[in-house]
Design a protein around this ligand. Structure first.
Ligand code: ADP
Ligand code: MG
Length: 243
């Protein structure tokens, strides 16, 4: 499982995460919601050490990292446990869809190209991109690029996939195809943490919803409870402001 304890992150004098505690079980889908600037992205980035917290412990599966005594080896091991799907896809522009998906297999896992390609092609098929192996990102729609991003995340077989607003840069008509892929991953018991503005998706797919504000977890629970019967005033206010 995943266990975050006492996580604290500052940017200069700004405390962005205040003592975050969070536990997530294997196979669980957790949606993180909350106002802009509340620390949702920073929390995801701290889980795979794109940002390094000052304090706290992160456990993912069999890797335990205490931020106070962070060794290079631990950083590497923790990073291997998760994969991030970014809002803006972050694909290599000069690589094809297939090359993007297998890059980490070739570089980090030192896999033979032939072997990696078999895996990459299977994953691209799984996200509905069978005909697009050799397309460069510029020749793909935003929804297709994001599905390449998801295939790339899956390639390393991470313990957890971290999604940071994966559909917020997409034209509305392309959102559904990405959510469908995520829905099918959830059905296969993929462990996922999803920062999202898609409340109806969160409600349908998440096992648990976490509401964050001002760098704190304010409230969490099953989607039905959070969306229909929020307990905290901040949660009520946030949800009532959504159209
Ligand atoms: P959210 O994803 O919930 O919108 P973020 O985690 O992106 O929130 O940001 C939380 C706070 O941290 C914001 O006040 C933001 O301006 C600040 N912040 C985020 N990243 C950085 C950074 N690299 N340097 C300085 N401040 C940052
Ligand atoms: Mg964010």
């Amino acid at each position: 499982m995943i266990k975050v304890s006492g996580l604290q992150k500052k940017f200069n004098d700004l405390q962005v995460l205040h003592h975050i505690d969070l536990e997530i079980n294997k196979g669980e889908v957790v949606a993180i919601i909350g106002p802009s600037g509340s620390g949702k992205s920073t929390l995801l980035r701290c889980l795979n050490l794109l940002e390094v917290p000052e304090e706290g412990t992160v456990v993912i599966d069999d890797v335990v990292v205490n931020m106070r005594e962070l060794a290079k080896k631990d950083m590497y091991r923790l990073r291997q446990k998760s994969a991030m799907v970014f809002q803006n896809y972050n694909l290599f522009k000069n690589k094809t869809a297939l090359q993007n998906v297998i890059e980490s297999l070739l570089v980090a896992k030192k896999m033979k190209e032939r072997e990696a390609k078999v895996i990459g092609e299977r994953l691209l098929e799984m996200v509905g991109l069978s005909g697009k192996f050799d397309n460069y990102p510029s020749m793909l729609s935003g929804g297709q690029q994001q599905r390449v991003g998801i295939a790339r995340a899956l390639a390393v077989e991470p313990y957890v996939i971290l999604f940071d607003e994966p559909t917020s840069a997409l034209d509305p008509e392309l959102v559904g195809e990405v959510l469908n892929v995520m829905r099918s991953l959830a059905d296969k018991d993929t462990t996922m943490i999803i920062v999202t503005h898609e409340m109806s998706f969160a409600r349908e797919v998440a096992d648990r919803v976490v509401f964050m504000a001002d760098g704190k977890i304010i409230e969490q629970g099953p989607p039905e409870d959070i969306f229909t019967n929020p307990q905290n005033e901040r949660t009520k206010k946030f949800l009532s402001q959504l159209s």
